[in-house]
Ligand binder design. Structure first.
Ligand code: ARG
Length: 461
């Protein structure tokens, strides 16, 4: 047993068991919230000044004390001791040790329940804003690459089988637009979770009323929570955030998967920079696309973190239960993970070599089969019949070990406009028939660039 002195030792005869401390203490990880804890306390103290529990002079002292704690923390000074259960208690203890009894007043009308809910929400909002910037930086790189290489062609795939010719830029812009929705989701998150919990107390509301709207404005919340039980109980904000981060991870993972394939000798479309690859301890020739494999792998833990919190919250009784302390580590881990994945993806794309000659060389004539069917339709053949005719030609070519567009003239005899058809059928022709909005044609891809530029200018962050 240990006999550490606790805040609640008025009520308790013994200290906490060592094993229980190991289970319960969260400072090791929740010190990640220190900055937000200090901001939250300053906001709360502003409210206490407004309700005349603290004077302006008290506030100035508290502010000074808290800011010094933050500066020391950032400078890596040691602040904590083994009796500090969590970041909230640690900060209050250090503050009281430094500024005296005034430090004991800052928790008036507050519980750790509304405190942690506030700190955590601030943290989530801040990290959402950071990630918006990271995603946008990746989008910028994608747009720049797409613009730089417009005109380069490659096979487009379905089922990892060559499907239709596309511009490389069209492929990359798909990445831009999924990231745009990833960003939009975080913006929706910020718009939804904008209510200040402070003032909710332990669960029934604080008995020291202050102007909550004022505190909210101080902390960058646009509103206050409407119900104190809701405010201290629910973690849907964190759950949604983890869901949003899992989706970002899954978006990145699919491109990572393609880029792993593209780096193989079989594809040869992409050479990652050495800085984003690694070698083998045994096979001297190996250069592995580890950056992309790790991004793909990390998406697993993002989904795991989401499931962890889902499982914790689904059975936790209202209002606050200590289970809710388990909300933090999955979030901290996902933030760190998504951030580094976004950075690596951006830098790897910026430095990669794209092997356009190989992309073009690997394009099969079969990519033009749909176009031949379409041309037959334009010459009066019903689409289903055209599909059958071309299918038969492709089958015949396969038997001879050639591409359908290499079949001798005799095989084209019966088609309407046969010689014209053969000269029309080029990759460039196929691509530029698809200038429909959203298609791979040049006009459409250029329109995508314009849209993308507008989206990057829009919406501040
Ligand atoms: N460390 C706790 C958490 O993160 C703070 C809230 C503690 N509240 C309580 N009633 N024990 O959830």
């Amino acid at each position: 047993m240990s006999n550490t002195k606790k805040m609640w030792d008025g009520r308790f005869e013994s200290g906490m068991a060592k094993s229980m401390m190991e289970l319960s203490f969260s400072l090791d990880f929740d010190k990640e919230l220190l900055e937000e804890d200090i901001q939250g306390s300053l906001g709360h103290c502003r409210g206490l000044v407004q309700s005349k529990i603290l004077t302006e002079a008290d506030f100035a002292k508290v502010k000074n004390g808290l800011e010094e704690i933050l500066a020391d923390f950032k400078a890596g000074k040691s602040l904590f001791n083994e009796s500090d259960e969590d970041v909230h208690m640690a900060v209050e203890r250090v503050l009281t040790a430094r500024i005296g009894d005034l430090g004991k007043k800052i928790h008036t009308g507050r519980s750790r329940n509304d405190q942690v809910s506030t700190d955590f929400k601030l943290y989530l909002r801040h990290r959402a804003a950071d990630l918006l910037v990271e995603i946008k930086d990746l989008q910028r790189v994608i747009l720049a690459l797409s613009k730089e290489h417009l005109g380069r062609i490659m096979p487009g795939y379905t089922h990892v089988q060559q499907a239709q010719p596309i511009y490389f830029s069209h492929y990359l812009m798909a990445f831009f637009f999924v990231l745009q929705r990833d960003r939009q989701r975080l913006q929706n998150f910020l718009a939804l979770h904008c209510q200040l919990p402070l003032g909710s107390g332990a669960m029934a509301g604080s008995a020291f009323p202050y102007e909550r709207k004022l505190v909210a404005a101080e902390l960058g919340f646009s509103d206050v929570s409407s119900n104190s039980i809701d405010a201290v109980s629910h973690r849907d904000m964190a759950l949604e955030f983890l869901g949003d981060l899992s989706i970002i991870g899954a978006s990145l993972s699919r491109y990572a998967e393609d880029f792993v394939n593209w780096s193989t000798a079989e594809f040869g479309f992409l050479t990652l920079h050495d800085a984003f690859s690694s070698g083998s301890s045994m096979m001297p020739q190996k250069k592995n696309p580890d950056s992309m494999e790790l991004i793909r792998g990390k998406s697993g833990r993002l989904i795991g973190n989401y499931m962890t919190l889902f499982t914790v919250v689904k059975g936790a009784p209202l209002s606050y239960s200590r289970d809710l302390q388990e909300d933090k580590e999955p979030v901290f881990d996902s933030v760190k993970t998504v951030r580094v994945c976004l950075q690596v993806m951006r830098e790897a794309l910026e430095t990669a070599r794209w092997n356009f000659a190989t992309m073009e060389r690997k394009m099969l004539g079969a990519l033009l089969a749909t176009d031949l069917a379409d041309l037959l339709v334009e010459r009066g053949v019903a689409f289903r019949d055209a599909h059958h005719i071309v299918g038969r030609m492709v089958g015949e070519a396969a038997k001879r070990g050639i591409e359908f567009n290499e079949l001798p003239d005799s095989e084209w005899e019966s088609l309407p406009g046969k010689t014209e058809l053969r000269t029309l059928l080029t990759f460039d022709f196929s691509i530029n028939r698809r200038s429909i909005e959203g298609g791979t044609g040049k006009a459409s891809v250029e329109e995508q660039f314009r849209k993308a530029e507008r989206l990057l200018e829009d919406s501040g962050k």
